[in-house]
Design a binder for this molecule. Structure first.
Ligand SMILES: [Zn+2]
Length: 101
């Protein structure tokens, strides 16, 4: 496990997804658990593949946000991104949280 690859998984945290921000410490070597010094969140390491999944998900969220802004329907966006309409709904909620609306 490499602490340099770890970043805080809490979206509310200032250091969310930031690598080498100096906020990550080892919480438990035995469980390969890491902890964020900023928000106190702990998580299990070696989740690199999950990380990549999140990245592509993040792109889809951005596209969703753009298409919603352009007035596309949820059904249409779901079809375009080959995701389910409920996922689009979830993204929409996340985007609303992000914008603070
Ligand atoms: Zn944090």
């Amino acid at each position: 496990m490499n602490i340099r690859n770890q970043s805080c998984p809490s979206e509310k945290c200032t250091y969310f997804e930031q690598i080498c921000a100096g906020n990550v410490v080892i919480h438990s070597r035995k469980e390969s658990r890491f902890r964020c010094n900023c928000c106190g969140k702990t998580w299990v390491g070696h989740r690199e593949s999950m990380h990549y999944g999140l990245r592509s998900g993040e792109r889809k969220i951005m596209v969703t946000g753009y298409m919603l802004g352009e007035g596309f329907s949820i059904r249409h966006i779901a079809k375009m991104l080959s995701i389910s309409p409920s996922t689009v709904q979830r993204f929409k909620k996340r985007i609303a949280n992000f914008v603070g609306a």
